[in-house]
Design a protein around this ligand. Sequence first.
Ligand SMILES: C[S@@+](CC[C@H](N)C(=O)[O-])C[C@H]1O[C@@H](n2cnc3c(N)ncnc32)[C@H](O)[C@@H]1O
Length: 369
Amino acid sequence: MDYSEVTEGNTHFFVPRQDPCHTFPPASTPVFYNPRMELNRDATVLLLTHLRPSDYLDAMGASGVRGLRVARECGIPVTINDREPGAVDLIRQNAAALGDVVAVTHQDVNVLMSGRSFDAVDLDPFGSPAPFVDAAVRSARRYLFVTATDTAPLCGAHLKAGMRRYFARPMNTEYHGEVALRILLGFVVREVVKYDRGVEPVFCFAREHYVRLHLRLLRGAAAADRTLARIGYIMQCPGCFERTETAGLLPEPCRCDRCDAAMAPIGPLWLGAINDHATLAALRERAEAMPLGSKVRLTRLLDVLVQELDTSSHYDYHVIAKAEKVSPTGMETVLTRLTALGYRASRTHYAGTGIKTDAPLAVLKSVIR
Ligand SMILES: C[S@@+](CC[C@H](N)C(=O)[O-])C[C@H]1O[C@@H](n2cnc3c(N)ncnc32)[C@H](O)[C@@H]1O
């Protein structure tokens, strides 16, 4: 294998040299490495310097970059696993170059996680994490981190695949980042509460082609019940932008106030907060002093997440303006007008023209006009 040396944060490691004719890494290399996921890894390294779990499992290591960075940049005991022999060889070489500060295992990840526990478990599969979440929940003592790159099934663009993987009904809407994030969270919650445990989202976001969850796991049936109470549905009107939330395992049938159509349920999904704002503020401060390659983009993401409303109430104000046949006013003007009228309003982290607000749709439309 022909290798090239890469640096992320202050960690140096080797990855297979990529064929410049291929833009998507798996097509050209025997072991996966995607530089476009650096922000995803930076976010986890940043969070782990704050949370400081007693140990960490990089369950699906590939080159091992994620676990290597956690070991070197956070000083946390790390185990890196992969089932592919080529990946395990590369992880061992990279670990040796780092001074053998990580343990390397070569197992199917579900077997490993069924037999051992770790304070923090990190799943970073190709595509859907669904086949691995149950074992990860049994293995994780306090923290569970999950990446999903199958955004088409999660957001309803591939409806049947979404229903098979996540046992939920997504819908292809203009707020697909929100739906993908909350369908995945809803799925993980269902895998957790059956063990009488609860979930607290700490730092979760949707970006480009993936969704990333950083979750705290809580103990006890009461925590599980509190978590379950945040499961429900977004009820979306098929004919207009009207939508509402309904909590509970079954959707409450309802009709659109504006056009009287039967509202269609999206879910079950997570209706609660997707971030812990105190943790985000602490990360924002900490990020300044860390050598993160994606620092500018990551701090921008944190800045938006800190002010983002916890609700699912996303509206794309350009789409609404187009439907109203008006040219949209600026985002800041819309937000200021909504707050001046006494409503809460914020930007969304996954769409530049997205607004979250508790204002009724009629008010939002009048403000956009
Ligand atoms: C997307 S890559 C991981 C990328 C890596 N975490 C990073 O940040 O660059 C997914 C890895 O999971 C491994 N994998 C897939 N299924 C697995 C399983 N059942 N058990 C263990 N490893 C698995 C693959 O061999 C592959 O190396």
